[in-house]
Design a protein around this ligand. Structure first.
Ligand code: GTR
Length: 344
């Protein structure tokens, strides 16, 4: 404090910044010689944590690891990001809360989970708004997609990049061959209000719960079904206990790699640039791994004897969930118009 009264010099300011970041879970153990302004291998030394819900070999985790590797390389080891897979740092909702506080620096989460923290992200939970993954990515890569990512700043997070997550489908412990078969079933959803409305529109009961609780809830009959993409259905082993899958493709809910805004604001511009670029550069790896793992999981669940029903005509599904679109059309008018624009 005596030191501060005299006014802190560059080294003091950076050491203080390091202490603040260390208190946020990051560590600064080397005083920089240039005030941290140049990035690269000169500047404060940090060790950050990245929370990931999926296991180590899952495509989002491989994207996270690529990101961490690029940051490490481009700072000559000065910024180290340790990836914690398998929800070691908690389930998505609690991780997001900690990221908002700066207690966890980075995470990769689903936009389905982010919707509860930033209403604008709810748009991805609206059913059948994208024709396919190419349509989704045309939107994500557009100025409007970037604007949406940037809107996370108002929720104390800084979105760095989108990752792939394919299409979500329903699965249950009971047979589902058509949309009517969902009636009366208890279906677990990602925790946001649009998902609640979606399940209600299908005549089923929505049960919001953390991802990590779904397996045992299916096993014990607390719920009858859930919904997810092929990779999550497979890696979570939900297919072991809910052996009926219907490929209805009701949503395309991308993933986001993000940093706490509290932490972001304390980084030098050069470090921000390195981190942002490394995140964008990790997308190609995540997408490649996604394509491989999606195929692998499809083959694995088939081999495990899951009953898979194709949906050749999406119209009855789209008609059943139309009340959800009607309810939210006005609220998401602008972004829905952009999405429509990227159809082809
Ligand atoms: C997965 C997503 C996870 C988690 C999960 C869920 O597709 O990658 O981050 O949100 O869905 O349903 O909770």
């Amino acid at each position: 404090m005596r030191f501060m009264k005299k006014g802190i010099g560059t080294i003091g300011a950076v050491a203080l910044l390091g202490t603040i970041l260390a208190a946020c879970g990051g560590g600064a153990d080397k005083a920089p010689d240039n005030g941290g302004a140049a990035g690269g291998d000169s500047g404060p030394k940090y060790t950050f944590r990245l929370a990931e819900t999926h296991p180590g070999d899952y495509p989002t985790t491989l994207g996270d690891k690529k990101f961490a590797e690029l940051v490490k390389e481009r700072t000559n080891g000065r910024i180290q990001i340790d990836v914690f897979p398998s929800a070691q740092l908690g389930e998505e909702k609690s991780v997001i809360e900690q990221v908002q506080l700066g207690a966890i620096e980075f995470t990769r989460v689903s936009t389905g989970a982010l919707a509860a923290f930033n209403n604008q992200f709810g748009v991805f939970s609206l059913p059948y708004i994208f024709d396919n993954d190419d349509h989704l990515w045309r939107f994500l890569d557009s100025n409007e997609g970037t604007k949406l990512l940037d809107s996370l700043e108002s929720s104390r997070m800084k979105g760095l990049a989108y990752y792939s997550s394919g299409a979500r489908h329903f699965y249950a412990t009971k047979p589902i061959k058509k949309v009517e078969d969902l009636k009366g079933l208890k279906i677990r959803v990602q925790q946001n209000k649009i998902n609640m409305d979606l399940i209600t529109a299908l005549g089923a009961s929505p049960t919001p719960m953390a991802y990590g609780e779904v397996y045992s809830s299916l096993q014990t009959g607390v719920i009858d079904g859930a919904e997810n993409n092929y990779p999550s259905y497979y890696s979570s082993k939900h297919y072991d206990v809910a052996k009926n899958l219907i490929l209805d493709q009701h949503q395309r809910v991308p993933e986001v790699l993000l940093i706490s805004k509290t932490v972001w604001d304390k980084l030098s511009q050069a470090d921000k640039d390195i981190i942002k670029q490394a995140a964008l550069d990790s997308v190609a790896t995540q997408k490649e791994e996604w394509a491989k793992y999606e195929k692998k999981s499809e083959e694995a669940v088939k081999a495990a004897g899951v009953t898979i029903t194709e949906v050749t005509d999406p119209k009855p599904w789209q008609a059943a969930v139309k009340p959800v679109i009607d309810k939210y059309r006005n609220e998401y008018k602008e972004v829905l118009e952009s999405i429509e624009k990227y159809k082809q």
